[in-house]
Design a protein around this ligand. Structure first.
Ligand SMILES: [Zn+2]
Length: 209
């Protein structure tokens, strides 16, 4: 997987990829999940390919290879996995059976990963990579990213945004570990406006009363 740190807050179809990990950005590819009008940006296979490039899961050459292929089935599987990961990370919000089902689905997907061993001839360092040749390899890259997230889960401070109507997840990497918002420009700003308005209303009410 390409290095994530070199891309400063990329955005895909109006959504900022602010999670700090591609697997969490995958979960965040739906805005307003479970509400009356959920906005899913992964509308088809091509959208997943384009998103994966923005998320740093694919490089430009890999995106070009995959964009030429047909991947309707892969698209469906990506959406299923995304919802399983959401359920796994929000276990308190789903039934016990749904949590167990999500866990099984993710375990099965990760168990099916097959890496290619590549040893750098200069440094002798081993890398285990997932080569991208078929549409299914896109799914594998995404599963690999989920595996990375879950492997490091205890070291990553994963939080849910404090914004109203926002269930976005992110890794809090701030020194003070006090990050509250998925995005300070959206949810953080809205919260500031709301707090300001409420303060103003309280002042008006106390003046009126
Ligand atoms: Zn938010």
């Amino acid at each position: 997987m390409p290095d994530q740190t070199i891309i400063p807050v990329p955005s895909f179809r109006g959504l900022h990829l602010v999670a700090g990990h591609p697997a969490l950005d995958l979960v965040n590819s739906v805005k307003y999940r479970g509400q009356a009008d959920p906005q899913d940006r992964l509308v088809d296979y091509q959208a997943v390919v384009a998103w994966a490039r923005v998320a740093g899961i694919l490089d430009i050459a890999e995106e070009a290879v995959l964009a030429r292929l047909d991947g309707g089935e892969v698209w469906q599987k990506v959406l299923e996995l995304r919802e399983s990961l959401w359920a796994l990370l929000n276990r308190e919000q789903v039934s016990k059976a749904a949590g167990a089902k999500a866990q099984k689905a993710i375990e099965t997907a990760i168990s099916g990963l097959r890496y290619k061993a590549v040893i750098d001839s200069d440094t002798g360092v081993l890398r285990q990579v997932i080569a991208v040749n078929t549409a299914k390899d896109l799914l594998a890259r995404i599963v690999d990213s989920i595996a990375d997230l879950l492997t490091r889960r205890q070291d990553l401070l994963i939080k849910t945004c404090d914004g109203c109507d926002c269930d976005w997840l992110f890794v809090d990497r701030t020194k003070a570990r006090r990050r509250r918002w998925c995005d300070t420009k959206t949810c953080g700003n809205l919260a500031r406006v709301r707090a300001h308005r409420e303060k103003h209303q309280t002042t008006e009410q106390s003046h009126a009363g």
